[in-house]
Design a protein around this ligand. Sequence first.
Ligand code: OXD
Ligand code: MN
Length: 591
Amino acid sequence: MSVTHENLKHTHNREVIDWVEESANLCQPDRVYWCDGSEEEQKMLLEQAVATGVLIKLNETKRPNSYYHRSHPDDVARVEHCTFICTPTREEAGPTNNWMAPAEMKRKIEGLLASSMKGRTMFVVPYLMGPPGSPMAKVGVELTDSIYVALSMRVMTRMGAVAWRQLGQQSDFNRGIHSSLDLDPKRRFICHFPQDNLIMSVGSNYGGNVLLGKKCLALRIGSFLAQREGWMAEHMLILCVESPSGEKTYVAAAFPSACGKTNFAMMIPPEEFKGWRITTVGDDIAWMKPGSDGRLYAINPENGYFGVVPGTNTKSNPNAVRTIERDTIFTNVALTEDLDVWWEGKDGPVPEHATDWRGNPWTPESKEKAAHPNSRFTSPIRNNPALAPEADHPQGVPISAIIFGGRRATTFPLIFQASDWGHGVYLGAMMGSETTAAATGGVGLVRRDPMAMLPFCGYNMGHYFKHWLSMRKHLMHVPRVFHVNWFRKDDQGQFLWPGFGQNMRVLKWIAERCHGQVGARETILGWMPHNKDFDIKGLPNFGPAEFERLQSIDPGEWKKEIIAQEELFVQLHETMPKELTFYRELLLSRM
Ligand code: OXD
Ligand code: MN
């Protein structure tokens, strides 16, 4: 071997060793370090990261075992325009993805990788997505020149020897290679080669681009593999609703970014719901597969949370506040004088002095935000007081309900149920969220985000819808599908629904529907709750009239919505399943 390999002791898998050797020959690191995931190793890597200034150790009394990281200021988010799906043909990637021919893209990235790790260490990061021993779990190996990535992968996945044990001598693992280069946005590419189970990511150190198990493997490559192998890789949280009698209902839910997915997954029911409990299986990704009993089983492939920090407080998400009290890597929040962290929307007083996410002095008078709006926590799922023990069950949890939702100021009621699976697929496919005035210069612009998968679908979106429709054939107990909207406003721009923990009221109706405990009324949109069945007890300033307003259907608004959906149908006209066109026409004729 041409470079020194350190700590190579847990695998004898020839394919892995040959591929690492070949990649090291290309990237020319000074050393190759094989991560084993042990406590001693983590301690050693943390010390190294602190010594080299990659991490700052936070106040041990205030925030035990936690660290602070600042990214390059041009490298703070996912980059959809630099993200590519490199299938053999453009048609396979479809019109919603950037595409380049695999050979051409590989040549280009290999050119950038050549000798890119000179003077650096290449970390070999073996990781398992899913509970150990799960038939649904998958192994990935990420080669990275970033110690921050290696340490973050240890939180976000089951990293180390556990992955080698699951892999054994098989050659079926995801190959991921990440090189930070010089973090120049012009040389930033996040490339997926689904047919080769390969990811190449260069020029970034931002989590969504470089923690390759998450968006790249679990969603983009995952969705491609899922279609081929008969399962589903979805951008969904998974939670368990437990009733006072101990009845458990497992729910998976998809919302576009900035709709409170992590908050919903960790929700604490309001006081009036004594005996009800929500536990979290996952907050971002669900892998789902039909079980031998005809139900749809889901696992959370992740082992950590990579959540948005600003706005996290005891009102929005008390369980997240507890989760990030310790063992957390904070990226791009503000640093206080006593070496704790601060962000806009945090509980407690605003600090008089801090250092902002760029490293500049900050006071409450500063015009700039102290924490970047996309600043993140990286925390182990074990820290969540509401973690469901089922998160570790290899067989997963049986899903009874799937929820789709978006941020819609008008048109969409708080809650309705699809009339059947196909109708549910149509609702998911037409999902969208309104962009805020601040971001776009116009309120009410709907960005379509089918199943919240627009940036994450690793193949042609029309084929993805077909796959969703076809899953019905493999299920004897088809999950009920629901659509929710926490964000409907009145004419004065005031939210009609309080949201957060009060969303429990919606979940209760959903759980009761799943168990056949309540009826529903048929409407032109689907099934809606009878007033008597929707629990509003104890909600301040909210009575039956408010509920009816929230559930009302305005035919004018719906006509506009159906016309607006045309855009997606035109974009995907070559592959859009007929069945979805029919659901749209049916809705139009009913209006
Ligand atoms: C995420 C995202 O970070 O969806 O989870 O962007
Ligand atoms: Mn996400």
